[in-house]
Design a protein around this ligand. Sequence first.
Ligand code: GAP
Length: 489
Amino acid sequence: MADMETVEKIAKMRGFIYPSSEIYGGLSGFYDFGHLGFKLKNNIENFWREFFVNSENIFEISTRTIVPEAVWEASGHLKDFVDPITQCQKCKTMFRADDLIEERTGNFVEGLDIKELTKIIKEKKLKCPKCKGNLGEVKIFNLMLKTSVGPVEGNVAYLRPETAQGIFTNFSFIARSTRSKLPFGVAQVGISYRNEISPRQWIIRLREFNQMEIEMFVNPKKINECLEFSGIAKEKLRIVTREDQKKKGKITEITAEDAVKRGIIPNKWVAYFLAKEMIWYQRLGIPFEALRHRHMLPEETPHYSKGNFDLEIKFDFGWKETVGNAYRTDYDLFSHSKKSGKDMSILDENEKVTPHVIEPSFGIERTVYGILLHCFVDDKKRGWSWFRFPPKIAPYIIAVFPLVNKDGLDKKAEEIYKNLKKDFDIFYDNSGSIGRRYARADEIGTPFAITIDYDTKEDDTVTIRYRDTAKQERIKVKDLKSFISSKLE
Ligand code: GAP
């Protein structure tokens, strides 16, 4: 496996991701997607829609990123969306107290209160990692970015730290306008903001990032009535149960069906999403062994959840949450109903119910890093490194090259290029040797390259080269469209 430093450097050099506002020194926790990164991200989002949204009774919406304070009071974020901080008394640098203690002592301290954290810092004589100064009392820091709307003072709002609340506040509109019956889901893809104390690890912990979330609304009495479950029942999951976490490295491999039967997963809806995530991430190019679901310990479970299973990816630096799966129950709808005075219930077979919510929440940037890392091939034999992106998400599916820019080969190549471009994301390259052009196509993860040569004029075939094997064969020009379509299925 490559390391973050290598992948970050290459991603910047090749136009995937670079620091935001870098000409002014950048801003910590903010990164921009370049043209290839943007295409990769769009393809991931569209594949996610195809795989999770379009196949179910799920509606996608788009709500605002600036949200009034009342919403965050009701959701509990104003009070509970906090991290503990400690400040160096000498150089004034702020640190996330729990991270600092865990890194220095190796002890897991998530869930401890600020007094307990302060005590550990004192007892263990922990100092500032930068200047060795004394660390101050641990305090609470709210992670939401605050703003004020319009010229009127006191009109406080927050940049959303999750897309989910826009779904909950719209719940009644959506239910009414779609005339949906339970169970149904609402999805949202968009930006979230968190004023992280110490953004780090490139695009792993950011202050602005993208999420893809689904809130699945279910009658609590029918939590195990999931019609789609039979389709994934035999799917293998890799679960780190709470029990497993007492033994380092233990993972329980079990089918979705058995995990529900044995009570490892609380209900069929949760199991359904966990199984689909395992399939989807493997289709993105991340191996089965580099995926697992960890049952969060009670002390780390978010304030709104009755139980969380994090999909974790094995990165070069260790396992890291990439999808949070929460059983949010009726926590959010109930809280908004109480605060706003609006009824958030729905009729299900003539009975009024406040639905329970199952929420898979995907982080796009962590997914992108997982793909870049696991698809990276440091190919000493070829002499260049490249990305083994699955065709479905590769920024470009095919590269078109004329062997030479003369004798009508360039004209023919342009004609083929223009014809394919109507339907697919492809690019044209006519500069440098063919070898160099193959290298450039590989470097940005293009699965196929076609070369128009002198034989093309004779028999209307082109050479197709496969990125993964570097093997070449002839293919008829008229078959190119169906060939590419089959690779995208
Ligand atoms: N609505 C539930 C929710 O937001 P979460 O576990 O806090 O749950 C979901 O976040 C996902 O969003 C995470 O698994 C992660 O992939 C991504 N994410 C969260 N904070 C992030 C950050 N600071 N930088 C990058 N991605 C982040």
